[in-house]
Each structure stands twice: as C-alpha cells, then as structure tokens.
Design a protein around this ligand. Structure first.
Ligand code: GLN
Length: 540
C-alpha cells in the first residue's frame, strides 16, 4: 500500500501525553501487521536535545545510529520495539540548518529564502524521509508543543499542504486536548477544546480524531457536544483518562477504537482486532506484582523525566521478576559519608546515574563506596560507572587523588580519561561517542551470565549497546584494577575500550559505560536490569 500519514498535534496545554498516544497508536497499527514508524518534530531551535539541560526537556534519548533525541522516542521504542533512527527526530534547528547550508552552497540560485515555501518544503521532505528509505504503511508524526505556539506555525502549514497534496485518505490529524474539571462548578469544561480545534481549523486543518485528556470519565453527552462543535464524528472523540500506568494506554485506546477509526477514515479495511497477548500478559503481571523492592536512584536531577528510561527499565525488569520496583530518588548533591547509611536504609539496591559535570559527583562516589563496602547491589551507568571506577581507585588502589579528567584536568591519577578521538573536538553538539557499539563479554563473568540466557546462543558473547560519552576508563590502569578485584569484563573489540566493569566478589556490582536503559522495551526487558533487580530481590 501507499504510505499514509497520521499527524498528532496537541492543544490547550503541554504534557498531556501526546508521546504516549502516538506510541499507543503505533503499537495498535503494528499489531495489525502494518509497517509503521513514529517520528517527532520539535519546534525548538536547538539542532537536537543533546545540548539541553535535562531540567529543560527531560532525558536525552539516544538512537542506535547515534542521534541525541527527545525522550518521546524512548516511548516509541519501548511500546513498539522498533528502533528509531536520526530520521525520526527533527527540530526547527535542523530544518533551518539544512536550508541555510543549501543557501550557502548556492543551491537556490539567487532566490529569496523564506519560511514559506523553503522551510515548509524542507519540513514536508523530512516528514516523508523515512518512507522514502523503507517500505512503510503508516508514518505517525508527533508535533511537539501546543497549537498556538508561534514556533509551531511552519510545521502546521507544512502539514496543511501535505494533507492537500496527499489527498483525504492518505493523511489524517489526531488532535489531543485537555478537558478540565472545575471542582467548584462540579463540571467538566469543553470550551478549551473547542477553542483549540477552532485554532487548528483557522490554520486550515480539520482534525478527524480528537483525544480528550481528562481526570474524570466523559459522558456520551459531553462527547457528542464536542463532536458537534468540532466537526468530528462522535465515535472519533476518544477519552484518555488517567490510568495506573502508561502501558495501559494502548489497551484503553484499542477498547475505544482509536486504531479502527483512523483506519476507517483512511479507507483501510478493518480486520480482526489483535489480541495484544504478550502486552496484556505484561499488564497482568504488573497488576499481580504486589511485593515491592526498594531501589535508590542516586542522581542530581530531582525530576523524573531526567532519568525516564532508567525508571522504565526498572519497571520492566520489576514486572518480569513479579515485583513492583519502588524507586527512591536520592539527590547526590546532598549525600555525605555521614548521612549515606540513613539515606540508603531499607534500600535493596542502588542505581548510580549518568550525568555530566561536577555537581553531585562526590555523592555518587560515596554511594559507590557504601554499596561496595556493604555488598548492596549497585548498578553504575555511564558517569555512574566512572564514579565506581574512581571510588575503587581511591579506596582500594590507594590513589586518593584519582579522578576523571572531566572533573579535574590536572589529576595525576586520571583513571577516567578523555577518549583519544575526543581530544581535538571543540564543538559541543553531537560530538560525543554516540550510538550503538559492540561489546565483547568475558566468559564466566556476571554480566555474560546475565546476557546469555536472553540474547543470542550460549557462548555468543558480543552485545551491542548505545553510548553517549566523551570519557573512558584509562587502560593504563586496567591490570591494577583487575589484580585488586575490579574486572573489566566488557570490551569494545575495535577500540579496546572498557565497556563494563564488575566486582565479582559482590552480589551485584556492575558499571557500564553504555546506557542499557535505552534498549529495554515492554516485551524485551533489558537483561542487565533483569539481573540487577533479581539480585536486589534476592537480598531481601
Ligand atoms: N560525563 C561522562 C562522559 O562524558 C559520562 C556521560 C554520561 O553519563 N552519559 O564520559
């Protein structure tokens, strides 16, 4: 079939869960056997979120092909299991950059370069790029921001044009809005939705489907009212109420027919409703998991979204281990040797988070030391792994001044050093070691044990994991670490970079230079998180 395009826009307020609705719709269409991709177009000017502080925009998610992207791509992958690429994440900055580069090359032959048509043409080209490279039945495009934002105007104009060019059955708009409840009046209010749809209509876009975010059940009467005011079929007004977990959303959307209404509007035949067996089994396990395991997350961003993928990976692994993981955020900035015991009291394990820069790193080192000396299962990720290495160098190898070059350029014991290939890099954006690289596991190690039952055949010891870093374990110290008990059990074969360290004497003490959290999905939890959570439970 010819590729069809579904656009997901949002109105009234941000943070309504557009990413989850996009991921859910993708999941439902995929379950019907369609080839799909989900992509995110963000109106901000940064080329990518790589240079954004997580307080601004949450976690930076990294694709296997090394693009730093919006955290919604994490939802797309966790829901569908389909890997996204650099073509799935586009910002205004990237659009302008390519247009300006073309202008500098002289490609426009003296023309005046304008938002319409040059920027909008480039947006349209990018929207269709994925489908030009692979066979796709549906391309779902989520537009970041909220209708009415000045900066999203060119995107909406591009969608309007594209809908016209493609014709009615090849493009469709799903608009997500908010229906607030006024407690004093005891009423749900639809006016913001009406206004938001009018705004879209004013831009020449008539949404075919409305998804109404709400904290209360919407009556048929209310849905009918919205339908009439907004030129939408009653059956195309879907509610998205608060649910106990984001993973309930696809099932809820299926029950209300979000996928079938989209298919109908696009002239597709509606076959049998997919059962979503493994997905429902996951939800069932999740509901049944009543025992709790408490895991500390030691990081510097007191904002859930900053460690989104880690939270989700822990939740997946908990579910498959039949436990509920209760994550306790501990701000590493305020961790001291004096309060650590009290802060970690009752915890069955600790994750030491990724990060950049000096703030909060001593707290991470203290957490690593506490976990190591109290045999508390510990998982260090990226910067977390580097802090485990520094702690070991300081307290076991006896190099009290051991450090990372990132934190102390002058340290005589640079157990974490700038990667060779990074030494001449001056630009910050998109220049780290990014994306998936191979890692060879040492036979008999804890991590090989953790991976093998899940990935590849026995004895197959190469795994592929995603990275985002500039600094690395300094190989000059490798033998010393190994002799003292910290083993380098995962190595990148090409570059001989240390990818994983573990201390096998402990119940579970592992640091990874890569980010396993980017590749844990609902149906395929990550083996290292599985093994870590198992160890945490075992110790209870
Ligand atoms: N700041 C460290 C580095 O660049 C770790 C990065 C991370 O945790 N993602 O190597």
């Amino acid at each position: 079939m010819e590729t069809k395009y579904i656009f997901i826009t949002g109105g009234v307020a941000s943070s309504l869960g557009k990413g989850i609705v996009s991921a859910s719709l993708g999941k439902l269409l995929q379950a019907r056997g369609y080839r799909i991709t989900i992509q995110k177009f963000d109106p901000y000017i940064n080329i990518d979120p790589g240079t954004l502080n997580p307080y601004e925009h949450g976690e930076c998610y990294v694709t296997a092909d090394g693009m730093e992207t919006d955290l919604d791509l994490g939802h797309y992958e966790r829901f569908t299991g389909i890997e996204t690429t650099r073509d799935n994440s586009v910002t205004t900055g990237r659009i302008y950059l390519s247009v300006i580069e073309r202008e500098r090359r002289g490609d426009y032959l003296g023309k005046t370069i304008q938002v319409v048509p040059h920027i909008t043409d480039e947006i349209k080209r990018r929207i269709q790029l994925n489908a030009s490279k692979q066979q796709l039945d549906f391309v779902i495009t989520e537009i970041g921001g909220t209708i009415g934002d000045i900066e999203s105007q060119p995107f909406l104009e591009a969608i309007r044009q594209l809908r016209w060019e493609l014709g009615p059955r090849r493009a469709l708009n799903v608009h997500l809005t908010y229906v607030p409840y006024l407690a004093a009046a005891g009423e749900l209010k639809t006016k913001p939705t009406q206004t938001s749809v009018k705004q879209l209509q004013g831009l020449g876009i008539q949404p075919e489907v409305l998804v109404l975010r709400t904290e209360h059940d919407l009556s048929d009467e209310l849905r009918t009212k919205v339908a009439h005011f907004c030129n939408v079929d009653v059956e195309a007004v879907i509610q998205s109420q608060d649910l106990p977990s984001i993973y309930e959303v696809p099932v809820n959307m299926q029950r209300q027919g979000l996928d079938t209404i989209c298919l109908k509007k696009m002239g597709e035949e509606i076959g049998v409703t997919p059962e979503l067996g493994p997905w429902r089994a996951f939800l069932e396990r999740r509901r049944k998991a009543t025992l709790t395991v408490d895991i500390a997350l030691v990081g510097k961003y007191d904002l859930q979204d900053a460690y989104k993928s880690i939270h989700e990976s822990l939740a997946h692994a908990g579910t498959y281990n039949s436990y509920k993981v209760q994550v306790h955020f501990i701000n590493s900035e305020y961790l001291t040797s004096e309060n650590i015991a009290q802060q970690l009291a009752g915890m069955s394990g600790v994750v030491i988070c990724p990060g950049f820069g000096l703030r909060g790193i001593e707290g991470k080192i203290i957490a690593a030391e506490y976990a190591r000396t109290h045999d508390l299962p510990a998982f260090g990720i990226c910067l977390g792994m580097q802090m485990m290495v520094i702690e070991f160098a300081r307290n076991v190898l006896g190099y009290s001044d051991a450090d990372s070059r990132e934190m102390n350029a002058e340290t005589p014991h640079n157990v974490i050093d700038l990667m060779e290939e990074q030494k001449h890099i001056t630009q910050m954006g998109g220049t780290m070691r990014l994306g998936a690289y191979e890692c060879e596991l040492r036979d008999g190690s804890m991590v090989a044990e953790a991976y093998n039952p899940h990935r590849g055949t026995a004895g197959h010891t190469i795994v592929c994991e995603r990275h985002r870093h500039r600094y690395e374990f300094n190989n000059a110290y490798r033998e010393e670490f190994e002799a003292a008990g910290m083993q380098c059990v995962g190595i990148n074969p090409g570059a001989d970079l240390v990818e994983i360290v573990e201390v096998p004497q402990h119940r579970w003490y592992v640091g990874t230079q890569f980010h396993p959290e980017y590749s844990s999905t609902v149906l395929h939890p990550h083996p290292l998180f599985m093994s870590f959570v198992r160890a945490c439970i075992g110790g209870k």
